[in-house]
Structure formats: C-alpha cells, structure tokens
Design a protein around this ligand. Structure first.
Ligand SMILES: Nc1ncnc2c1ncn2[C@@H]1O[C@H](COP(=O)(O)OP(=O)(O)O)[C@@H](O)[C@H]1O
Ligand SMILES: [Mg+2]
Length: 300
C-alpha cells in the first residue's frame, strides 16, 4: 500500500507538520510568537454551528489545515460542509469555537489572503471575462499596470485568452467556472476555499478542471480546501481527505494519500488510487448505514 494512511477521529494535531507525505512543501515558517505551530495555516477548534434553536448543522469540529496542503472534505449531503466553509471563511459566525487564519482570529469578514469559489456560477453577466476577472482587484483599489498584469496572467493561466472579451453567456459551464476561479486567483489568495466548484460540470470537464486546480495549487503554493461530493475527485486531488459524518457534521476519518506533489488525474489509473477510494467509500457507507438506522429508530 503506497503511502495511504488514515486516522480515526479525533482529528490529529500535527504541530511539527512532520508527517506530511513524501514530497514536503517548504513551509517557510517556524513556531513563532503567535503560538502557531509550524505548518498550521488555518485552525478550527471546537467549532459548532447551530441555526436558530433547532438545526445543529456542524460540529464540534477540530481541523488544522497545513500550509500548502491540498485538503478535501467529503460527506453526505446536508452534513454541514458548506456551513464549515462559510464559518472558516468568516462569512458566517460559529455558535461556538474559534477559527484562526495565519495566527489571527477570523470573525465577521473574509480575511485578507483568503479566496472563496462557490458552486454556483458567480460571474457577472454584464461584464466581459476580462472585467469579471479584474472586478475584485478594482474593488480592492488595484489599478494601472500591476492590475492589468495580474488579470492578463490569470487569463493566460486559465486558458481564457480567446475569450477575454466575451461575456459569460457566450461560454460553456466549464469556461465560466474557470472565470470564477481566475477571479479568485487574481487576488493571490494564500488559502483557497472551494465549495463543490465542479458540481455542475460533466465528468470529462471535471477531470480537466481537477488538473487545472492541481496546476494552480502547485504554481501558487496556496493551501487549498476543496469540498466535493465526488469521492474520486477527492482521492485524485488531495494530500488529505476529511470524511464527515451525517449532520451534525464531524470528522470521522482523515485519509492521507501520500501522492507526489507533481500528480495529475493520471493517478486515477494507479492501484493505490483504488485503495483510497475504497477506504473513503467504506467509511461513508458505514456512516450512511448508521444514519439510516438512527432515522428508523426515531421514526419507529
Ligand atoms: N441559513 C440556514 N438556516 C437554517 N438551516 C440551514 C442554513 N444553512 C444550512 N442549514 C441546514 O444546515 C444543514 C447543513 O447544511 P449545509 O452546510 O449546506 O450542508 P452540505 O453543504 O453538507 O450539503 C442542513 O440541514 C441545512 O438545511
Ligand atoms: Mg453544500
């Protein structure tokens, strides 16, 4: 078995970032005065989210994203994945617990350095691809040659050169999602959060977008958190995969794949890939059976 390891909850704390898979990423950070462990980039501690007085959506959850890793979350629909992402991004306040990004408390606003990509197409239909991509930069006060440069680079990187002056409704779903990713990329986030960004795309486009995302992750050195319901996508792309229980979502297993940093979707043809997906599938299956049994008890 190649590099595959997994741990049962509680989520392991890895203060030294020592057990990172075969191709360590230079973290460029040592334990500092902020008390942040080397390698820890974003940390959730005892985070819960309860909507109103009745809907316990999430947690308590402990999660430590290591600087530069590609972490995916899978779990049954409605288990609190989007809630976790919103809370981590500062878009919604936790009911309990704390979140830090680069050693600072997250509350109320999306911290500088964090970029979010949502499932739904969030491009502005009245703006060209170029203006869509430059929108956040303009809003953040970037103008002139540097802004133009960044936009040009993002257009080029996402393969949108032929569409820079097109409007979103002239593009395919995959292209539009590329625009949304480019819009986030242009802000040079150090932590990228993606909530089922390829959910609406066909399988082949999803594969290609997965490769794009890997390329982007490598080139930017950013930490990536991807939420997906596709086990194969999670297995193919990630350093680690967190499997969530049904609502209220908690981590029941963290699987470490051990993939090399220069991986592509071709990894899906390797035997070790099958081991990872089987493991994810078994954990989710057990969880679904448990959830079903407890629903029956409630109903009965
Ligand atoms: N704003 C809200 N108000 C009340 N309930 C919500 C709200 N947002 C989400 N929920 C509920 O919280 C649970 C988790 O939702 P969500 O995080 O969107 O799940 P997932 O992304 O895993 O499918 C669901 O039961 C959902 O109906
Ligand atoms: Mg969701």
């Amino acid at each position: 078995m190649r590099g595959l390891s997994s741990e049962r909850a509680p989520v392991p704390q890895d203060p030294a970032g020592a057990s990172h898979p075969a191709h360590p990423i230079p973290f460029g950070r040592t334990p500092g005065s902020n008390g942040l462990a080397a390698g820890a980039h974003a940390v959730m501690t005892g985070v819960t989210r309860i909507f109103g007085s009745a809907v316990h959506a999430l947690g308590p959850v402990d999660l430590e994203l290591r600087r530069g890793e590609f972490f995916s979350i899978v779990g049954p629909s409605g288990c609190g994945k989007s809630t976790l992402l919103d809370v981590l991004a500062g878009l919604s306040a936790p009911t309990d617990g704390t979140i830090t990004f680069e050693g600072k408390r997250v509350r109320g606003t999306v911290p500088d350095g964090v970029g979010v990509v949502f499932q739904e197409d969030a491009s502005f239909p009245w703006l060209t691809v170029r203006d869509n991509i430059g929108f956040g930069l303009r809003r953040a006060g970037f103008r002139g040659p540097e802004a133009e440069d960044r936009v040009r680079h993002a257009i080029d990187f996402m393969g949108l050169n032929d569409f820079a002056d097109a409007y979103p409704n002239q593009l395919s779903g995959g292209m539009r999602q590329r625009v949304c990713i480019a819009r986030t990329l242009v802000m040079r986030p150090r932590l990228v959060l993606l909530d089922e960004p390829f959910g609406a795309l066909d399988q082949q486009t999803r594969l290609l977008m997965g490769d794009e995302l890997l390329r982007l992750w490598r080139a930017s050195g950013a930490t990536v958190l991807l939420i997906t319901h596709a086990l194969d996508e999670a297995a193919m792309l990630s350093d680690r995969i967190g499997v969530m229980s049904s609502r209220p979502g908690r981590f029941i297993e963290i699987v470490e794949t051990g993939w090399p940093r220069d991986r592509t979707s071709a990894i899906a043809a390797e035997p070790a890939f099958g081991e990872v997906t089987t493991r994810l599938w078994n954990t989710l299956r057990e969880e679904s059976l448990k959830a079903m049994a407890s629903q029956r008890r409630v109903a009965g």
